[in-house]
Design a protein around this ligand. Structure first.
Ligand SMILES: Cc1ncc(COP(=O)(O)O)c(C=O)c1O
Length: 470
């Protein structure tokens, strides 16, 4: 057996419980028929349809999906939401167009802006002070930006965020519609929403999918929160505003010409599961309700309130422990693998495939850890989302001549590179933006805290490529 297979096989045999993606929690064998991947690894051959021009099995499966979701078309994607986001933007924007986007968009949005030569106008979400968590985008801010940029072709927002915060998508849809712009929603982390709607009042409520809130294009990663294999995603065309044919053409730009049919089968299975196994989602919501109630009883650790109850943001901000320390203890001492850690919290991702045993282990572990903690005053997070001057659009900036410059000596100069902390991957600087002192201070502050700033070509993070201006 190959070394990669050996390594992942051994990893899968550990007793680490997965509070992370993919949403199937590696329980596909319990949930679906155990299949041998090589036996069904097909791509386009006679009798097995073509994902890029669906007529037979794909057409039938996609027809069922669009009728369930209530969309005009639901495309199956095997290159993740990344490809869907890029295709969605390409389908409505042309070279030189303006796009309004939230600054906390995923890197795929930045890549599309750069590749397509678009001019970005940023909408800055609010950041809460206790954990530095990106919270909401106010529709008032959206309205102002839309009014100031009536020529923008599209508005691109992310809802929910990685940590489960949503925005008022319906109000945003009304604003963009009135302005005649196309509204694209990155709902990569909300693929489970359509299967958890209209629930009994006394239990947890999940947000309504952007599909139902009037967005024109919605992209969802099935693999993040649904029982589906990694890389599986959906691109929904919800309204008449966008041409289905154009979206298909743009998917072809960004998606492999050899789609894995194993992945497409997993998409079909996950949607069937959602439609047919209502009781599993009910059970998930009830167990999650119980878990959240138990977590609320902890004395020092706290559960940050977010809109998607499936995301457990466990804050250490009032304790003598960092988010990373909590993450490490949960993994090393309790064999609970979290999705990610930040300075003052760690994130556990749940899904319909979780077991009660997993939840019991998490609450047990957190109770034990909590008992030994000390309460302290929370640090107040300083502003970290930068509002820089845009001098050149990213596509132009990337093509200009650049010189490497010490970061400390770059104030007032124009960056040719991205600079970001990952996670969350929200850029401090985008190519074409002017570097200011606040930005330099932030980079140094991260370094001092041992957090790795990425994006620059320099692996040591000491220099940044600066555009040579005449
Ligand atoms: C907010 C957001 N959008 C889009 C993506 C891309 O999704 P995918 O991994 O399916 O390409 C991610 C990935 O983590 C994400 O967090």
């Amino acid at each position: 057996m190959g070394m990669i297979y050996e390594k992942i096989k051994r990893h899968s045999q550990k007793e680490d419980y997965p509070f992370h993606m993919p949403g199937h929690k590696r329980r596909g064998l319990d949930i679906f028929d155990g299949v041998h991947p090589y036996e069904v690894d097909f791509t386009e051959i006679d009798g097995l349809d073509d994902l890029h021009a669906p007529e037979e099995m794909f057409r039938a499966s996609m027809d069922r999906a669009r009728s369930y979701y209530g969309t005009r078309e639901t495309f199956y994607l095997v290159n993740g939401s990344t490809s869907g986001i890029m295709a969605a933007i390409a389908s409505v924007c042309q070279l030189g167009d303006t796009i309004i986007m939230s600054r906390n968009c995923h890197k795929s949005v930045y890549m599309a802006v750069e590749l397509l030569g678009l001019k970005p106008v940023y909408l800055y979400p609010k950041v809460e002070e206790e954990n530095g968590l990106v919270t909401h985008i106010f529709c008032g801010d959206l309205q102002t930006i839309v009014d100031n940029h009536p020529d923008a072709k599209a508005v691109m927002l992310v809802s929910p965020t990685y940590e489960g915060m949503t925005m008022d998508v319906k109000a945003a849809a009304d604003i963009t519609k009135t302005a005649g712009m196309t509204f694209i929603v990155d709902e990569a982390h909300g693929a489970h929403f359509p299967f958890l709607k209209k629930r009994e009042e006394r239990y947890l409520q999940f947000p309504t999918s952007a599909i139902e809130c009037g967005a024109d294009l919605v992209i969802q990663s099935l693999h993040k929160t649904m029982p589906a294999l990694t890389q599986t995603a959906l691109l929904h065309v919800c309204t008449e505003k966008v041409s289905i044919r154009r979206v298909q053409e743009c998917i072809d730009y960004f998606e492999t010409t050899s789609p894995s049919y194993l992945l497409t089968a997993s998409i079909d299975d996950a949607i069937s599961f959602g439609i047919e196994k209502k009781e599993k989602f009910e059970d998930y919501a009830q167990r999650l309700y119980w878990l959240r109630e138990e977590l609320k009883k902890l004395e020092h650790l706290s559960l940050v309130p977010v809109d998607d109850p499936g995301k457990l943001v466990i804050s250490t901000s009032k304790t003598n422990m960092t988010g990373k320390q909590l993450y490490d203890i949960l993994l090393n001492n309790y064999h609970l693998q979290m999705e990610m850690a930040q300075e003052t919290y760690c994130l556990a991702m749940t899904s319909v495939c979780d077991t009660q045993e997993g939840y019991d282990r998490l609450i047990q572990a957190l109770r034990e850890i909590d008992r030994n903690l000390v309460t302290k005053r929370p640090v107040v997070f300083s502003k970290w989302m930068m509002e820089n001057e845009l001098v050149y659009v990213p596509n132009r900036a990337r093509a200009m001549e650049m010189t490497e410059n010490l970061i400390e000596e770059s104030e007032g100069k124009v960056s040719g590179e991205y600079v970001y902390l990952y996670p969350p991957g929200i850029p401090l600087i985008v190519p074409g933006e002017r570097v200011d002192q606040a930005c330099i201070d932030k980079i140094r502050e991260y370094e001092k805290k041992g957090l790795k700033v990425r994006g620059m070509a320099d692996p040591d993070g000491k220099t940044i490529k600066i555009i040579n201006e005449q």
